[in-house]
Structure formats: C-alpha cells, structure tokens
Ligand binder design. Structure first.
Ligand code: ATP
Length: 359
C-alpha cells in the first residue's frame, strides 16, 4: 500500500522532531529511514504507526487519511529493537498471539502462524520458548508475529541493532527476501548507512528533523544533493577539500596547495557560484597519477592498510588525512610522496554556506 506524508510535523514543546516531511512511498517498496541519532527517524515511524499523532500535516495510507486512526486499525505490522516476545509462550503461541486478540478461530490462527513460521524459516522451533532461541531466531519470530495479521505496511525500528555483525548481515538479507516474497510496503529505521545501502529500494535521509534526500541508494551515493548527504554515505567517508572556483568556472584550486582540478561537467544552470567551495572526492575515485604533467593532489603517504583486494592509503595533504583506495600492485609504502589523480566526472562540488551540490 502507498504511504504518503504531506507536510508532516511533530513538535514536542520547543523541539521540532520532524519538520514538514513530504514523501510518497510506493506500494511494495522497502524504504530505509536513515540519519544520525536524534534526527527524527523513530518519531516519523511512530507517527506512521499511530503511536504519535502529528502536530501538523497529513498521513495517507493509499487514499485513506489515517491521522486519527488508532494503531490497531491501521493494518500495520511492527518490529522493534527489543523484540518484545512473550517469554512464557512457545514460538507458535507467540506468533498466534495477534490473531487471538482478533478472535480468529484457534485452528485458523494456528494454520496462519505455521505458514508465517515457514516463511521466516523457524518452523522447526515452534515448541521452544523465546529464551531457548538465538538473537537471530528471536528476530525471525518477531517478524512472523508482525506479518501474521497480513498487514499492508511493515514498520521496523532498528530491528538488527541487538545482533552481532555476522548475524546482522544474514538477517538484513532475510528481511529483504521476506519483504520481496510478501511484497509488502516496508519502512525500516536504521542509523547504519551500509545496511540502508544494501537492502533498500530507496533511502530517506534525515537531519535535525528535516528531510534531506529520498531516492535509490546508488543515486544518493553518486548524486548527493548536499555535503551532509555526501558525507553520511560511504565508508571510509568522502574526502572534503576547502577550495576556490576559478573565473572560468571549471578549474578548482585546492586551498593551501598548488593543485588544480579541472571539472568535467558545468555547474548547475542558473547557479550563482560562490567562489569558496568544498571539493568532495570519494576514496575509490582517486588513482595514483604517475604522469608529471597531469593534474592531481600531492601528499605524503602516512599509512598503508590492506582492505580486501585493495589498499587504503592515508595521505597527508595540508595537515589533513586524505583517504584513497588504490590497487596494491603499485607498491606504495609509508613515507612515499604520491600524486592522487581524480576521475573528474566523479568530483563533487559543494557551496560553502549552504552545502548545496553545485554540479
Ligand atoms: P535515534 O537514532 O537516537 O533513535 P531518532 O532519529 O530516532 O534517534 P527521535 O527519537 O525521533 O530520533 O528523536 C527526534 C528528536 O525528538 C530528538 O531531539 C528527541 O530528543 C526528541 N524527542 C523524541 N521523542 C520525544 C518525546 N516523547 N518528548 C520530547 N522530545 C522527544
């Protein structure tokens, strides 16, 4: 089911936790809500769930305005960080519980619960109590319980944060598989950018209660609307250089150095360029330039770290550390002076004051 937020705002006394959110989530999409702690992710989710009533704006599920609809009538399933399973009930009874509340007959409830247990692959654990399950298995029970009522929308609030790294990886793939099998509109809150990048159809990125960007992960990574979005996605993060734009509006001079980078694409049309800019280059968009005549950023290698197939170099430029991912074949060692070449079409340029992407 489609979910639409129109100017949705949540004010707690003098804190605006969510500020005029305008987003439409299409039927069947998996959307990750991402952003730093306190940016308003959970508050937004709670408004969708009906646990908070927005102080302004409208929320639609399909054509239905749900602002005044109580949580139990919204046809949603929810999974929280602490799965809140009933410890004294078996796995089967835990999954059946929401149906019992709805007075579904015992036989039908059990059939539906078994179907869900199969979907999340815990049908061999139905007689156990939650305390006899691993974290990942408990999470599967929580998902089965959320889906057993056949909701139209699934809301997940940091569902993987209590799991260890390997299990997190496994469970995020499972959530994606289950979501695609059931084809349910899913909104997933996380502060982990890698998690959001890996499983979502789209990411909704927030900061200080304000919407930043809403689009598919790769598009957000490649075309961030502003410096905050660019910095939030990517590990190691994007490198940022204070710089100035030359009169020809193509050459960017990196402050404190003699290095100049020529942009390959023109600035956005109608853009009045502020001459002080921030140049952003992702670590993987550097290469080692060996041609003396070609452009690049000069620096001294202070650390070389092997990361899988590649080497991560820490290069000192103007007393700051620049991170570059390059091929280990080049045999660069600590102490080497290197010239970091840039793929010009991969350069980002941000306005200093607004952070807006100028390209
Ligand atoms: P986290 O990742 O830490 O869970 P979040 O992005 O989910 O953070 P929210 O929990 O939505 O952020 O909080 C957004 C802002 O609203 C914060 O400044 C928070 O302190 C404030 N806030 C949240 N709930 C309440 C409340 N019930 N009363 C007052 N302020 C609140």
């Amino acid at each position: 089911m489609e979910v639409q937020m129109k100017d949705v705002t949540m004010q707690f006394n003098n804190i605006t936790a969510v500020d005029r959110m305008n987003v439409t989530i299409e039927d069947g999409e998996l959307v990750s809500m991402l952003g730093p702690s306190g940016c308003g992710k959970s508050t937004t989710l709670f408004m969708l769930a009906g646990l908070y009533k927005p102080t302004a704006g409208e929320i639609f599920f399909g054509d239905r305005l749900v602002n005044k609809i109580e949580p139990e009538h919204r046809e949603i399933g929810m999974v929280f960080q602490n799965y809140a399973l009933y410890p004294h009930l078996s796995v089967l009874k835990n999954i059946m519980f929401p149906l019992k509340m709805r007075k579904v007959s015992k036989g039908e409830a059990e059939e539906l619960a078994r179907e869900m247990a199969k979907l999340v692959q815990i049908d061999h654990l139905l007689d156990r109590k939650p305390g006899q399950l691993s974290g990942g298995q408990q999470q599967r029970v929580a998902i089965a319980r959320a889906l057993v009522k056949k909701p139209k929308i699934l809301l997940l609030d940091e569902p993987l944060s209590n799991l260890d790294a390997r299990l997190r990886l496994e469970m995020r793939e499972e959530i994606r598989r289950i979501q695609q099998e059931v084809k349910i509109t899913t909104i997933f809150v996380t502060h982990d950018q890698e998690e959001a990048m890996s499983i979502s159809d789209k990411i909704l990125l927030m900061k200080d209660g304000k919407f930043q960007q809403f689009c598919p992960p790769q598009e957000m990574y490649d075309h961030p609307e502003n410096e905050f979005v660019a910095s939030f996605l990517g590990s190691p993060p994007i490198n940022l250089f204070p710089a100035s734009l030359m009169d020809n509006l193509k050459d960017v001079s990196i402050s404190g150095t003699n290095d100049v980078i020529t942009l390959s694409s023109p600035l956005k049309e109608g853009m009045d360029p502020a001459r002080q800019v921030t140049l952003g280059i992702r670590p993987e968009d550097f290469y080692i330039e060996t041609d003396e005549k070609k452009q690049g950023i000069l620096g001294k290698t202070i650390m070389v770290e092997r990361i899988g197939r590649d080497n991560l170099l820490n290069v000192e430029v103007q007393n700051k550390t620049v991170r570059a991912i390059v091929s280990p074949d080049l045999r660069i060692e600590r102490g080497d002076v290197v010239k970091l070449g840039i793929l010009p079409e991969r350069a980002h340029l941000f306005a200093v004051h607004t952070g807006e992407n100028l390209l």
